[in-house]
Design a protein around this ligand. Sequence first.
Ligand code: CO
Length: 224
Amino acid sequence: MFSGRWLSRAMKELSELFENNRRWLEEITAKQPDFFEQLAVQQTPEYLWIGCSDSRVPANEIVGLLPGDLFVHRNVANVVSHTDLNCLSVLQFAVDVLGVKHVIVTGHYGCGGITAALEGKRLGLIDNWLRHVQDVYQKHEREINVIPTMDARADRLCELNVIEQAMNVCETTVVRDAWMRGEKVTVHGWIYALKDGKLRDLGMTISSPEEMRSAYQNAVRSSR
Ligand code: CO
């Protein structure tokens, strides 16, 4: 049972969020009074962001985009799995219906999901999800295991995970079909550093099936 005091504290904390919301919308409408009316009619984002759920990696803020500019899918460790109906549906809607021009997979250093996968930590149900990251680790085990420190190994797995997940985006029927139709969709792999707020391109930029192989090899080589 929740005590009355606990409940009133929780309500107060939540009411702050509503106050924040009022302030936020006032700031936006001060600059553009019809901002929300315009957006309510339709969204035309150019970008799909596939990132980690981590609270320290808020998609829009990092790239300075307003509501309406970025279509977003986030899950633990920014995984793109070919059997994840949620992620695939977001991708399909973004590419086929909204017509986004760029699909950006963004990982981040210091990712708890990546560290857990690397160390084989047992956290519960999520271990099954992180199995996808362990597959990436296994694929690149020889390279990762010779890195001297655990922190540097985790950083490297964060990068390689982005590269592999961006490849998974390219392998989906959604992106392959879009390319076959001659649509200009480019897939990117980026990584964000929690400690300084900087975003870095991993050199993984793919706009056609022909570019996949060399882009992958370059990214794996040059991001090291
Ligand atoms: Co993370």
